[in-house]
Design a protein around this ligand. Structure first.
Ligand code: PLP
Length: 406
């Protein structure tokens, strides 16, 4: 059983008070998670004790850094159960990965009249790149709707999958409602028609096991900063057949066999797709973050977070004047709610004054807000340092807010 209070001691951010002298209650982990000391140390040690580039130099400390960097690729490969390290590309994060696949994989494969399917619950990062490409190519962006519970309307998926569909992109978990999608079901249906499926795992990677072979997806991306790692680093998993068939994701140093002034040839494998000096500190920090998660155990993390999410949902549902949006079959540790007569932005400002960091807004999911017929929501998203005491504090301050503002 996870002892969150004890784990929290590993996160130095919580050693301090807010500017008004309060304990920090951080409930915006869907946006980004705090960092344990081991991640901070990995980054700081790299800069202070072993700073150098990777891959190209044979001197110390570059050789050691290169080994450490490669170890992280191996670690990530095992973490997502990718068949080989040749399918794990480091990049700058989820948004970067989605844009690169849109531009490098899908652009040359999409023509006027083709179709791309995405869903009604996507973060803008997993909507705009496909949307813009469809506009540019004269292709159609088909939208898989959600049901009243917030779950995807899986039955409509089969109807949308006609012969013109060239690509499917969906999130593992809705960042706004915490709806957990049945990725295996979507991939199995798409597989029958040989349509590649892209998974945005930004909101699932920190609390749900990611197994790309079990899901049987073609692409999957996530950001380091949402799994207790640093910003500016992420992972793109892609099946080898696609990586080898694609032109480089970005052009630059380190990706070539031979360069002439008018043309070049490129190496195979992931090196082909990692042009330029990588975010070395970021990758090493990501490695430390994954080791941190593994030291606790993904299964334990998942059950702990489900327990406190259920607790939070019950407490919110018990309150008059609060409506939790969506009631999916599988809920991730993210809950969106609205309070009668109080704008989410006013609510989050009030909560901030009591030391509670919570998110208000459209959560980069404007089409979803439109569907829910709300301009914005207040969103609570949990991580392993959150406790039932944090939720009790939230509920207490929500009651105070109601009393004060109504
Ligand atoms: C579901 C989802 N996709 C994509 C992103 C974008 O992630 P990043 O800003 O790390 O690229 C987010 C960020 O909140 C997200 O929640």
């Amino acid at each position: 059983m996870i002892n969150a209070e004890k784990l929290k001691l590993q996160f130095p951010i919580f050693n301090q008070k807010t500017p008004s002298g309060l304990d920090l209650t951080y409930l915006d982990n869907g946006a980004t998670c705090h960092k344990p000391q081991s991640v901070i140390d990995a980054i700081s040690d790299f800069y202070s004790k072993g700073y150098s580039t990777v891959g190209r130099a044979s001197y110390w400390p570059s050789s050691e850094t290169t080994v450490a960097f490669r170890e992280v690729r191996k670690l990530v490969t095992e973490f997502i159960n990718a068949p080989s390290e040749d399918e794990v590309v480091f990049n700058f994060g989820t948004t970067d990965g989605i844009n690169k696949i849109a531009n490098t994989f899908l652009r040359p494969r999409l023509s006027a009249g083709d179709e791309v399917i995405t869903t009604e619950m996507e973060h803008h990062a997993n909507l705009l790149p496909w949307q813009q490409l469809c506009i540019e190519k004269g292709a159609k962006l088909s939208i898989l709707p959600i049901l009243d519970t917030g779950d995807l309307d899986y039955e409509s998926f089969e109807t949308l999958l006609n012969d013109r569909v060239k690509f499917v992109a969906l999130t593992a978990v809705s960042n706004a409602l915490g709806v957990k999608n049945d990725l295996k079901r979507i991939c199995a249906i798409a597989r029958k028609k040989n349509i590649p499926v892209f998974i945005d795992a930004a909101q699932s990677v920190s609390h749900d096991e990611v197994d790309v072979q079990d899901i049987d997806c073609d692409f999957l991306v996530f950001s380091g900063h949402k799994i207790y790692g640093p910003t500016g680093v992420g992972v793109l998993y892609a099946k080898k057949k696609w990586l080898d068939a694609m032109m480089p994701l970005s052009y630059g140093g380190g990706i070539v066999k031979e360069v002439q002034l008018q043309e070049s040839t490129f190496v195979d494998g992931v090196a082909r797709h990692e042009g330029g000096t990588p975010n070395i500190a970021g990758v090493l920090g990501l490695g430390a973050a994954i080791r941190f998660v593994q030291s606790i155990g993904m299964h334990e993390i998942h059950s702990y977070l489900m327990d406190i999410t259920d607790y939070a949902k019950t407490k919110l549902n018990e309150m008059d004047g609060i409506k939790v949006l969506g009631n999916p079959v599988h809920q991730a540790p993210t809950l969106s709610f609205v309070m009668d007569g109080v704008h989410p932005h006013d609510l989050s400002t009030f909560l901030n004054e009591k030391g509670i960091c919570i998110r208000a807004g459209h959560h980069c999911a404007q089409p979803l807000m439109k569907k829910l017929k709300v301009p914005a929501t207040t969103r609570m998203s949990l991580a392993i340092y959150n406790t039932k005491a944090d939720i009790d504090k939230l509920i207490e301050v929500l009651k105070e807010t109601q009393a004060f503002l109504s």
